[in-house]
Design a protein around this ligand. Structure first.
Ligand SMILES: Cc1cc2nc3c(=O)[nH]c(=O)nc-3n(C[C@H](O)[C@H](O)[C@H](O)COP(=O)(O)OP(=O)(O)OC[C@H]3O[C@@H](n4cnc5c(N)ncnc54)[C@H](O)[C@@H]3O)c2cc1C
Length: 572
């Protein structure tokens, strides 16, 4: 009875603010509120069993149940009454956050400006998860779902590489790196990067230990959407742009969308890649390379610079029966005009035999920032056509292929990052878990420090995995906002290692889980006991320790090619 009267009241507020059409839309989203509420009670009971804080016995503290309370003022007047968590950005981080939170019982709204999910992994053609520790939670679920679709995903090993050129066995030096689908490898083989000395230094170790995941972008996007929809608790708003927000006293109060709608939620996750929410919330941004003394990083330049990682416009080529060289448009020169010679490229074979071509890079990061998004894209498109023309001209093997797809969005590795309660630095990355003393590690990674273009700085493979503390996701001073994307609280050097897609999904999984726990305990995001969050992540099969715990090893090795256990909701 109480719930019903609340709904009528909110419906009136909505009609006044939005007009009848938008209200009808929200009303249909909320139509099953009572049914969902009953289901939620079951979920909440599971939640309570797990952690049982002092206040948790009161169902009013459960997610989705609106109560008056000290911190409830900002969300009790919500124009979106079911919304516990608003996630902006449907790329790797946003997907991880929305799925984790919805699986744990929160009502989630996911806002994405593009017409499909996946972000850089899909629309920028980064259809590859490089080798790395940590991808045992949501990334593994996603992989198993993709396995259900023919030729949607495969595990790769290295093929040729220019640094391994063997004149006795190869007619010429390959113009970059090549990976090939390797049916003898399993997902578990892709979960390690550290330990190799480097590509040039140790070919045998790289061939034996470095394996990654290649996937079809449309299958990835559709699978992400299906997994979110199966929760019954995630409303996905595609073609919807976040415009700005209102914040006060360390809290986001509401989001304003470009279509005029507002979203009021209890918690917010910035997964926009560029930290759009954090920027509008007035958080402190970091752009370019920090000076050596800012974070005491040995490989940082003495003085701060404005250099950022290079951008790449990725393209795809497929086989064709007739050999030939694709003609160039009149305004595209055949010779490289922006540097001495065309850049090398990383080329990954898709399961269907097509090639994904990733120039390293297509444009310097600063140049791209100066030109702006549209002008950079147009110029990079010209460079792509010239790059491919050059490959076909110089190497006969490429003449039986043609370009079938140029990514609709530029691949941007780095723009800005935001200062959080902790800033991850080179010392964390190189020190590794054995040196770090953080109580709140919520994700681990082991990718090398890795930059492209004129942004070069000290790099190299790592000896062991390192941890990303939860505090890197909390923008300094904020209590109901997390950032779970490549713009999180990393120094420039640290970001060059941990920006990888699976690591971003892990950050998202931690952010969504944190929101569910905070809602259940009725506390701010910054007040969560670290071990509670870590236990909740371990319960979702997230790898937080190295080497892998036996339970995780078993799960990976006995993974069957069925959907068993993937659809299920988790309990905290
Ligand atoms: C060229 C290149 C090659 C790479 N190679 C690899 C690789 O081989 N392996 C690997 O693991 N990683 C690789 N990476 C890194 C990795 O792909 C990215 O760092 C990672 O995907 C970023 O994820 P994210 O969630 O932070 O952002 P994204 O995936 O970019 O997601 C951000 C989302 O937010 C949306 N958005 C932005 N602003 C708004 C707004 N105002 N309103 C609504 N929505 C908005 C965007 O449309 C996008 O969908 C590569 C990156 C690049 C650029």
């Amino acid at each position: 009875m109480k719930v019903q009267s609340t709904r009528v009241c909110r419906s009136e507020i909505l009609t006044e603010k939005w007009g009848r059409e938008q209200v009808a839309d929200v009303a249909s989203f909320c139509a099953c509120r009572e049914v969902r509420h009953r289901r939620l009670v079951g979920r909440v009971l599971a939640l309570l069993l797990f952690s049982a804080p002092a206040t948790a016995a009161d169902p009013a503290h459960a997610p989705g149940v609106r109560v008056a309370g000290a911190d409830a003022t900002s969300w009790s007047a919500s124009v979106c009454p079911e919304c516990d968590l608003a996630v902006v950005g449907g790329g790797s981080g946003g997907f991880g956050a929305a799925l984790a939170a919805a699986r744990l019982g929160l009502q989630v709204v996911l806002v994405e400006r593009a017409d499909q999910l996946g972000g850089t992994s899909v629309r920028s053609g980064v259809t590859c998860w490089e080798p790395g520790v940590g991808g045992t939670g949501i990334p593994f679920d996603l992989y198993r779902r993709l396995q259900q679709i023919p030729k949607a995903v495969g595990i790769y090993s290295f093929g040729r590489h220019l640094v391994w050129f063997n004149p006795d066995a190869e007619p010429y030096r390959f113009p970059g790196g090549e990976t090939v689908i390797d049916p003898t490898r399993r997902y578990a083989d892709s979960l390690r990067r550290h330990g190799v000395k480097g590509l040039a230094a140790d070919e045998a170790a790289c061939r034996e230990h470095l394996h990654g995941v290649v996937f079809e972008p449309d299958a990835m996007s559709a699978t992400m959407k299906a997994m979110l929809e199966e929760t019954g608790r995630c409303r996905i708003l595609l073609n919807t742009e976040f415009r700005t927000l209102r914040a006060a006293a360390g809290r986001v109060q509401f989001l304003q969308l470009a279509n005029g709608q507002r979203i009021v939620a209890r918690f917010y996750v910035d997964a926009t890649g560029d930290g759009r929410l954090c920027h509008d919330a007035g958080c402190e941004a970091m752009t370019g390379q920090e000076s050596r003394d800012r974070f005491d990083e040995p490989s940082a330049p003495l003085r701060a610079t404005n250099k950022v990682n290079g951008v790449t416009l990725i393209y795809r080529v497929a086989s064709r029966s007739e050999a030939g060289i694709d003609p160039l448009p009149p305004d595209v020169p055949a010779k490289c005009w922006w540097r001495g010679s065309f850049p090398v490229a990383q080329m990954n074979h898709y399961p269907n035999g097509d090639l994904n071509v990733n120039m390293l890079p297509t444009m310097d990061g600063q140049e791209s920032l100066q030109r702006g998004e549209q002008a950079s894209y147009a110029e990079c498109r010209r460079r792509v056509l010239a790059h491919w023309h050059d490959l076909q001209t110089r190497y006969e093997e490429f003449r039986r292929r043609r370009i079938t797809w140029i990514a609709p969005a530029l691949g941007v590795r780095e723009t800005r990052r935001f200062v959080g309660e902790y800033v991850l630095t080179e010392r964390d990355v190189r020190g590794g878990l054995s040196q770090q003393k953080h109580p709140d590690v919520i994700a681990i990674a082991d990718h090398s420090l890795d930059t492209h273009g004129s942004h070069a700085h000290g790099s190299g493979e790592l000896r062991e995995p390192y941890g990303v503390p939860y505090r890197c996701l909390i923008p300094k001073g904020y209590r109901n906002l997390l950032i779970a994307c490549r713009a999180a609280s990393f120094s420039s050097l640290a970001a060059s290692s941990c920006r990888l897609s699976r690591t971003m999904i892990q950050l998202g999984q931690a952010a969504g889980t944190a929101a569910a726990l905070a809602a259940q305990r009725n506390v701010d995001l910054s007040e969560l006991p670290p071990e509670t969050l870590r236990d909740a992540l371990r319960a979702q099969h997230v790898q937080l320790e190295h080497p892998l715990r036996e339970e995780l090893r078993q799960r990976l090795s006995t993974a069957r090619r069925t959907l068993d256990g993937i659809h299920g909701m988790w309990s905290l």
